[in-house]
Design a protein around this ligand. Structure first.
Ligand SMILES: Nc1ncnc2c1ncn2[C@@H]1O[C@H](COP(=O)(O)OP(=O)(O)OP(=O)(O)O)[C@@H](O)[C@H]1O
Length: 242
């Protein structure tokens, strides 16, 4: 479970994130939904303890991630916006390398790699060097590598960006399975269809500020709209001259 209380971050004049709060529960898929530049990546980077918030607190399974970033990171598997897999290594070697960094035994790495290769449909390319992999293949390797240690909390920054329908579906199905296993899943997206398809709770962020949080039905009721896209536009244009 991840709790975020009033985190903020500026870059010079730009207030990228302002007083963002949210709770991502176990056994649920939570979305951070926002347009380009809304502050999703900056929020995610603070949540996974890559950058330190200027204000506020993040806890991961009760661990304060500023005070104890190493313990907090150990409870998370992160698919960052820059996927950066090792090109000279095969998919399986990328996974094994991360498993060793997480202190796993070689036997556990082998078993878990086999499981993830099967569940993510990576059999055909698991033993090829990743140089030249398609976007979908790279994302699958990056997800498998991030969660090799079977963390309780799974954080993904725009996981299906640039993927075709089959790869998108495979990743959605995988996330639903992880949710059924009781995992806490938090992902950022700007794609309404994506969020609508898999998320239990949606937090709408705009210009670094949380505009609303709720289920899709709750957001529709709040805005008196009948689809998520219109509800989103309604929420982010509130207070603006239309
Ligand atoms: N390292 C940085 N230096 C300066 N400005 C930054 C930096 N990182 C983010 N910003 C600014 O902070 C704001 C929020 O950016 P962020 O990347 O968090 O948005 P986002 O919601 O992830 O957008 P996108 O969907 O386009 O990736 C933007 O105005 C961006 O230009």
């Amino acid at each position: 479970m991840i709790t975020v209380q009033n985190i903020s971050k500026s870059f010079g004049e730009v207030q990228a994130v302002k007083d963002v709060s949210l709770v991502a529960e176990d056994g649920q898929i939570t979305a951070l939904l926002g347009a380009n530049g809304a502050g999703k990546t900056t929020s995610m980077r603070m949540i996974y303890a890559l950058i330190t918030p200027e204000t506020g607190v993040v806890t991961v399974d009760g661990i304060n991630s500023t005070e104890n970033p190493i313990a907090a990171r150990g409870r998370m598997g992160v698919l960052p916006d820059a996927r950066g897999i090792y090109k000279r290594l095969t998919a399986r070697e990328n996974m094994a390398y991360f498993g060793r960094l997480q202190g796993m035994s070689e036997a556990d790495i082998k078993t878990r790699s086999e499981e993830l290769i099967a569940r993510l449909g990576m059999e055909k390319f698991a033993d090829r060097q990743t140089d030249g992999f398609s976007q979908g293949q790279r994302v699958k390797v990056a997800i498998a590598r991030a969660i090799i240690h079977d963390p309780q909390n799974i954080l993904l920054d725009e996981p299906t960006n640039g993927l075709d329908v089959m790869s998108t579906r495979a990743i959605r199905a995988f996330l639903r399975d992880e949710k059924a296993r009781g995992k806490c899943i938090l992902f950022s997206s700007h794609v309404m269809q994506e969020v609508s398809a898999v998320c239990d709770v949606i937090t709408v962020v705009d210009a670094g500020i949380i505009r609303a949080t709720g289920t899709e039905q709750e957001l529709l009721a709040m805005t008196d709209e009948n689809n998520l896209e219109d509800a989103f536009v309604n929420l982010v244009t509130q207070g603006e001259v239309k």
